[in-house]
Design a protein around this ligand. Structure first.
Ligand code: FAD
Ligand code: NAI
Length: 462
């Protein structure tokens, strides 16, 4: 039997990063992955292909606005096949890059489905390998709607919606969360009528309410229609079409929507089945995630778990940070548990929606004395020069210490702009310290400085 110091199951951003770092720390490492390519959900059917299509469709949408810049182009058009091929190439190049990194760092890829027949062992196909430590990084799968069968042709998960060979005439998206908004926007830009049906009375639960409301307005302006406060009663396929029956939660009124594509995007579930966890006695929490302590140890000695399969934000960078912390611990290095309160979340729509830390609602509910500062991009020189005036920066600070408690940015490149505030929060910087640091002019980042000044009651350009 071959023996390894560490066997990682799953080569998503959690597992592959953990495997590489563990090898760099001197452990002998194998990584089990059943897909034909490495990179997990994120690279293959998640973060990267969605951003590739968001980018292509944004270029297409921008063509219509070039005249405002004094640019005229001839007859414009797009080729969906070429767009998809570009997306596949972006994905392919990145997944091959991980295979190269595995080779370079001496991580052995065991291609196949992994199971854990006993603590200290991992089975892949006919081979059982010895594993001093096992790291479960099996990620998540799309949550299903009871009674709704996904066929990935008409009734889709995100995976099908990233690979459609046609632009739907009417796409109904179930769930106004991150996937629903990103992929809804892709297809709306490419010409589909898009209706987003959401159970709650708002989009993006968890995001700051003011930011979500403004984002909804901006997305509506791009053609997305929202039906909020609706319960989906059924989705049935009829040939190449589907009937989506929705019920208003306030008055029970029922409506059937005709669509030729339905995207079910109501969240993701940890992937724990088929590993043998029950027999091993690996405990799950009440929501089906693998229960872990601050060092990602499960209830069974020598078995660890990270990423989407454990509690916390279901995000690639969180999975990576979990993985690094877990293997640093396994290798005997001191490493603090990641602070999920400092994990930014970004929705890559146009404009982008970036969230960090507490929302205003959460602070009010907790009765925590706080100050709020806002700055609208319409008053920012760079935003005006670029024609990217939609949105705002909103910062929330502690009324006593001035420390930053939360930040929410709606605007172009919000996902990059939020990083300054992540560092500020992580290092305990105050609103005054961020406001006092030099921000290049003209820059969208000046809006961050101005929002901090506004929170301190000293706005300059407002
Ligand atoms: P995964 O990436 O899910 O990887 C798990 C891997 O384990 C898979 O490759 C699977 O095949 C393999 N596996 C599972 N069980 C076994 C087994 N028994 N044997 C062998 N292999 C197994 N997050 C962001 O931060 N930013 C984004 O922009 C973003 N966009 C997204 C867009 C979409 C459409 C989706 C669906 C998700 C997106 N996410 C995004 C979320 C992100 O993809 C996940 O949070 C991330 O991939 C989780 O990483 P992971 O390593 O825990 O698991
Ligand atoms: P989500 O949790 O973001 O949103 C699901 C939405 O569906 C919620 O608004 C919820 O209220 C609604 N919903 C739930 N049940 C419903 C029902 N029966 N009918 C109507 N609406 C219903 O989940 P989503 O969008 O599927 O994404 C899954 C995960 O993937 C998220 O955790 C997210 O973090 C991650 N992801 C991250 C991205 C990013 O970081 N840019 C992009 C895409 C996904």
């Amino acid at each position: 039997m071959r023996n390894f110091d560490l066997v990682v199951i799953g080569a998503g951003p959690g597992g592959y990063v953990a495997a590489i770092r563990a090898a760099q720390l001197g452990l002998s490492v194998a990584c089990v992955e059943e897909r034909a390519t490495l990179g997990g959900t994120c690279l293959n059917v998640g973060c990267i292909p969605s951003k590739a299509l968001l980018s292509s469709s944004e270029h297409w949408a921008e063509v219509k606005h070039l005249a405002a810049h004094g640019i005229s182009v001839g007859e414009a058009g797009f080729d969906l096949g070429a767009m998809m091929a570009r997306k596949d190439k972006v994905v392919g190049d990145l997944t091959k890059g991980i295979a190269h990194l595995f080779k370079k760092n001496g991580v052995e890829w065991l291609n196949g489905r992994g199971t854990i027949p006993a603590a200290g062992q991992v089975r892949v196909g006919d081979e059982v390998v010895g594993a001093k430590n096992i790291l479960i990084a099996t990620g998540s799968d799309p949550a299903g709607l009871p009674g709704v069968s996904v066929d990935e042709e008409v009734i889709l998960t995100s995976t099908g919606a990233l690979a459609l060979g046609r632009v739907p005439e009417h796409l109904v998206v179930i769930g106004a969360g991150v996937i629903g908004l990103e992929l809804g926007e892709v297809w709306a830009r490419l010409g589909a009528k898009v209706t987003v049906v959401e159970y709650l009375d708002r989009i993006l639960p968890g995001a700051d309410g003011e930011i979500a409301k403004t984002a909804q307005r901006l997305l509506q302006r791009q053609g997305l229609a929202f039906q909020l406060g609706r319960k989906v009663a059924s989705v049935t396929r009829e040939g190449a079409r589907a009937a989506v029956t929705v019920e208003r939660r306030d008055n029970g009124a029922v409506e059937t929507i005709d669509a030729d594509a339905v995207l079910v995007a109501i969240g993701r579930r940890p992937r724990t089945a088929g590993l043998g966890l029950d027999a091993l006695g690996v405990a799950l929490d009440g929501r089906g995630f693998i229960a872990v302590d601050g060092q990602f140890r499960t209830s069974v000695a020598g078995i660890y778990a990270i990423g989407d399969v454990v509690p916390g934000p279901m995000l690639a960078h969180k999975a990576e940070e979990d993985g690094i912390a877990a293997v640093e611990g396994i290798a005997g290095h001191a490493h603090a548990a990641p602070d999920y309160g400092l994990v930014p979340g970004v929705v890559y729509t146009a404009p982008e929606i970036a969230s960090l830390g507490a929302t205003e609602e959460a602070l009010k509910e907790a009765g925590r004395p706080h100050v709020v500062g806002r700055f609208q991009f319409i008053a920012n020189g760079r935003a005006r020069a670029m024609g990217a005036t939609d949105g705002l920066v909103k910062v929330l600070g502690c009324a006593e210490s001035g420390r930053i408690l939360g930040a929410h940015i709606l605007g172009r490149n919000a996902g990059e702009l939020i990083q300054e505030l992540v560092l500020a929060m992580a290092t305990g910087a105050t609103l005054a310290q961020v406001a006092a640091s030099s921000h290049a002019h003209p820059g969208m980042g000046e809006a961050v400085k101005e929002a901090c000044l506004a929170a301190l009651g000293k706005p300059l350009h407002a």
